[in-house]
Design a protein. Structure first.
Lengths: 190, 798
């Protein structure tokens, strides 16, 4: 997944090892950094994201986007889907559609949106909407990367919405050109 | 207790009691089995009902869960819920609840807080009453029977997914009478739902009527939380019941009560029981009828046998026992028949022995008396006359004793044959005993039966032949008529007897009873009494008639003759009391007295210088007395008299009664030296050959010959030959009844030894005799004159 980076020579990448309470890596966890006291740049216009529907599953199941991002819902199945959300951050419903008929949905407010398909009860997807451009998602190894962070103080939050684990928050100082690697535990007592 | 005597009743009671016992036992067992079966059946029905009930509730819940899930998945519903607008939520709950027929709809958020409630729309937000229902299964659905707002509901909770759970919809389906009825249809049991409210059990829903529900509540057990079995009394009917706790929460306040009336279950068995009772009653009647029939089959012939035995007991041997059977009773009947025949034969023999004379086959005395009494009884009714003829045989004893009993029996048999031939139409001919016969004749006429008596006498006059020898037996017959001569058998027989003795005495052959006989009999009886006293009172005298030798006219002997100087009757002649004394046996005493007196007188005369031989008459009975010789010897010794001075005179009949015995006594007397003489010779039938054997020295020719010999040449010849005979036998011959000189002279010429009679002297008192002898100097001078006077005198004396 590509994160929208800021082309800045003085940026630093931070790798976060996201673990559960037992120290196991947590895949599909989201992580994002919010500068403490600094300004947060808004999302660029026309920032897009994509959540496909393959074999009656949302792909990816978990997404993280900056507020203002428009998410496209292409339908790769040969059956129709009707995507809805009753989440307060974004309530919407699409009509039954196939292919690329659905209009993109722009998520303007931070929050967690749970997506379902009106036709297929088993389909569920989580869209984490954040107000910062520095965010990432863990792979199967449980590691997520925040790229291009300018030096400064950050509050780093990790969450695994599909796993019903409580989010974890970490304060971190980022220095220029010093890549960092740190771990964060979900469900651990802070 | 009363003993049951009748066999029939006993058999019937036994069989019926047995059957009743068997039936009662059978009925008891069957009844118990029926009750057990009914109980088991009801229990099984309850068990089945319980399973069906549980399954049905489960299915209901599943169905409701499914419906609820479908409803909860409805997008519009979810959309409405997701609006978080309570008004919308309430309306969608009501709307969608109505769609699936839910009676209550509640929405609670994920924390269990009630957001909306169709039952209580105005209520404030609060935690849902049954969090366990929600927590039980987060993602699925759960169901439970619970109470909401005082009503029972089957609650189903399902999560609302969007697509993740955002809250819970709880749908309630009222538990009502309709549900109970549906369940009853499936389970065939009465179904009630009850709640254990703080105020006590309350019925939530039921198939029962209101009254029955009240009864049910009264019978509810304490809450136990487990399935409870019990028997409930509902409206006076026993119900087998199951109490099943329903709500899944541990409080178990709601229970279902499944029950079924035992009566309903037992109805089929009641029909069976009724059939059994009817069958029992029917077989009881059959068994009574059957056992009565069996008992009668046994007792009927027994009764017949009993009555047959009773007939035999009463002497009816004619009717046979009429029981024809092959069994034991038949054998008994046949035995009884044989017994009847045997008894009849034996009785006939016994009767023959009892009522027949075995010698002659004539009736015996008993039979004769019976016949006579019966005949009298019959004659008392009608005007028929009866006559009895009583007879005995003369000289029978002589025949019997001299010729033997065989001859006697022959004579009796022959007499009986002649009687039967002679007396035709007699009611009864009987031999009463010895030589005594009696004949009973029933006749209508006024005949006195003397002809019959004559015929009998004629029939017996013909000699009876025994081995070619003729035997001569005569008879005397006494006749008595009913009713003239007595009204009863005893009197008639006695009077016939009296008549018979009269005939014998008078030698008339027969005599019809005359009351005069009876009075003479009475006279005799009184005479008897007086005679007994005569000796003591010294009323008896002996007179002596001299015996004169025809050769020497010397008086050397006298005959003592008894005289009775009765104080009132005067001089009673011997003929009036001697035969009578002979009959009664008193003669023995009389003879003793006479002998004693004669011997004493003889002794007295001796001392006076008068030697006279004294003759004394003794009777046949005296010869029966063995002591007579001893007695005579004692008297002779006592008065110092030589035996030769005593002469005992015996009549022919005296020997003939019992010749053997008489001979012995006579021999003894002869040994003593006493002289013996045969008196009244010629009147009897004694054979000379017999007399020759007797130790007698003298023969006295009866006066009936002597008195007639002067006029009758034939008798004179008899006297002559008798005198010759006596002399030839070495006997002294004496003639009695010499009444005149002609006879005296005739006897002298015939060579007779002694004479006695009025011609010489009548009997004289002892003193007169002594004077007479002294006056004549011991001899008798035959006077030539006045024979006629003597004859007159003699007649007077006799």
């Amino acid at each position: 997944m590509l994160a929208a980076g800021v082309p800045c020579a003085d940026a630093t990448d931070i790798t976060l090892e996201i673990r559960d309470g037992h120290g196991n890596p947590v895949p599909d966890a989201v992580v994002f950094a919010e500068p403490v006291g600094g300004t947060t740049p808004a999302a660029k216009p026309y920032t897009r994201a994509l959540i496909d529907q393959v074999n009656k599953q949302f792909v990816p199941r978990v997404s993280i986007v900056q507020a203002g991002t428009s998410v496209y819902f292409p339908n790769s199945d040969n059956i129709r889907h009707s995507i809805y959300s009753f989440s307060p951050a974004k309530v919407f419903t699409t009509k039954l559609y196939s292919g690329r008929e659905a209009a993109p949905i722009t998520f303007n407010h931070a929050g967690l949106v749970v997506l379902g398909c009106n036709i297929h009860d088993g389909m569920v997807a989580w869209v984490y909407i954040v107000g910062t451009p520095w965010f990432g998602k863990s792979g199967v190894d449980g590691n997520g990367t925040l790229k291009g962070l300018p030096a400064g103080e950050y509050k780093i939050t990790a969450a695994a919405p599909a796993l019903d684990l409580p989010p974890a928050v970490l304060d971190l100082r980022v220095d220029d050109n010093v890549p960092m690697r740190t771990s964060i535990s979900l469900g651990a007592t802070p | 207790m009363m003993r049951i005597q009748r066999l029939q009743t006993r058999i019937v009671i036994f069989f019926v009691a047995l059957l009743v016992l068997v039936q009662v036992l059978a009925f008891t067992f069957v009844n118990a089995a029926i009750s057990r079966n009914a109980q088991t059946k009801v229990e099984e029905e309850l068990n089945v009902g319980q399973r069906v009930f549980a399954r049905q509730l489960e299915q209901n819940a599943e169905k409701l869960k499914l419906s609820a899930r479908v409803l909860a998945a409805d997008f519009a519903f979810r959309e409405a819920i997701a609006t978080h607008d309570t008004g919308t939520i309430a309306s969608v709950l009501a709307n969608h609840g109505a769609r699936i027929g839910a009676d209550a709809m509640v929405f609670a958020d994920l924390s269990g807080t009630v957001i909306s409630d169709t039952l209580r729309p105005q209520a404030e937000a609060r935690p849902f009453e049954y969090p366990a229902l929600i927590k039980a299964n987060k993602n699925g659905a759960s169901a439970s029977m619970e109470v909401l707002d005082g009503r029972a509901f089957q609650l189903v909770a399902v999560p609302v997914l969007a697509p993740l759970p955002i809250g819970w919809v709880i749908m309630g389906f009222a538990v009502d009478d309709g549900l109970a009825r549906d369940l009853r249809q499936l389970t065939e049991l009465e179904v009630s739902f009850a709640l254990d409210a703080p105020a006590g059990w309350r019925v939530l829903a039921s198939t029962l009527s209101v009254d029955e529900q009240k009864a049910l509540l009264g019978a509810m057990p304490a809450r136990s939380g487990q399935v409870t079995r019990l028997v409930m009394d509902i409206a006076n009917v026993d119900h087998q019941a199951l109490v099943i706790p329903l709500d899944d929460n541990d409080d178990a306040r709601i229970v279902a009560v499944l029950h079924r009336s035992l009566d309903g279950a037992l109805a089929a068995f009641e029909r069976l029981r009724f059939t059994l009772i009817v069958l029992a009653g029917f077989s009881l009647v059959l068994s009574i009828v059957g056992s009565v029939a069996v008992a009668r089959n046994i007792t009927r012939p027994l009764e017949t046998l009993a009555s047959a035995a009773a007939r035999i007991e009463h002497g009816d041997y004619i009717e046979p026992v009429n029981v024809q059977r092959a069994d034991e009773i038949g054998v008994l009947a046949s035995s009884l028949n044989h017994m009847r025949g045997g008894i009849a034969d034996r009785e006939k023999r016994i009767l023959k022995l009892a009522y027949e004379d075995p010698l002659t086959d004539l009736a015996n005395r008993s039979r004769f008396n019976n016949e006579l009494e019966q005949a009298i009884a019959q004659c008392n009714l009608g005007g028929i006359r009866l006559t009895i003829l009583m007879m005995d045989l003369d000289r029978f004893k002589y025949v019997n004793d001299t010729l033997g009993h065989g001859v006697g029996d022959h004579v009796l048999r022959e007499v009986s044959v002649r009687l039967q031939d002679t007396v035709i139409g007699a009611e009864c001919i009987a031999r009463l005993g010895g030589d005594e016969f009696a004949i009973l004749v029933k006749h209508a006429g006024d005949s006195d039966l003397t002809d019959t008596a004559r015929q009998i006498i004629a029939a017996l006059e013909m000699p009876i032949l025994y081995e070619g020898q003729p035997l001569d037996v005569g008879t005397s017959i006494g006749i008595a008529h009913f009713p003239e001569h007595g009204h009863d058998a005893q009197t008639l027989v006695r009077n016939a007897d009296i008549a018979m003795y009269a005939a014998k005495r008078n030698k008339t052959g027969f005599a019809v009873y005359d009351p005069h006989y009876d009075t003479s009999q009475q006279e005799h009886l009184s005479l008897l009494g007086e005679l007994r006293r005569a000796v003591d009172r010294n009323e008896l005298r002996l007179h002596y008639q001299p015996k004169v030798s025809l050769h020497s006219a010397h008086v050397s002997a006298v005959e003592a003759l008894i005289r009775w100087e009765h104080p009132t009757r005067g001089l009673v002649p011997p003929v009036q009391f001697i035969p009578f004394a002979e009959h009664t046996g008193y003669i023995k005493l009389l003879t003793r007295w006479v002998i004693r007196e004669a011997v004493r007188q003889c002794g007295a005369w001796l001392r006076e210088g008068l030697t006279l031989q004294v003759s004394v008459n003794i009777s046949a009975r005296d010869l029966m007395n063995r002591d007579l010789p001893e007695h005579v010897a004692e008297l002779l010794a006592e008065y110092d008299v030589t035996p030769g001075l005593l002469c005992l005179e015996i009549t022919e009949s005296g020997f003939m009664e019992d010749p053997l015995h008489a001979q012995k006594v006579l021999d003894r007397l002869a040994e003593l030296g006493v002289k013996l003489s045969i008196d009244d010779y010629g009147t009897g039938y004694s054979s000379l050959s017999y007399i020759m054997k007797l130790p007698v020295q003298e023969l006295k020719i009866d006066q009936s010959f002597i008195s007639r010999m002067a006029a009758d040449a034939e008798i004179s010849t008899i006297v002559r030959s008798t005198i010759d005979l006596g002399h030839n036998l070495g006997l002294q011959v004496v003639a009695e009844g010499v009444e005149d000189a002609a006879v005296w002279n005739m006897l002298r010429s015939l060579g007779c030894d002694d004479a006695q009679g009025f011609f010489m002297s009548r009997p004289l008192e002892p003193a007169a005799l002594a004077s007479w002898i002294r006056a004549n100097h011991g001899t008798f001078d035959c006077p030539k004159a006045e024979p006629a006077i003597d004859r007159v005198l003699g007649a007077q004396a006799r």
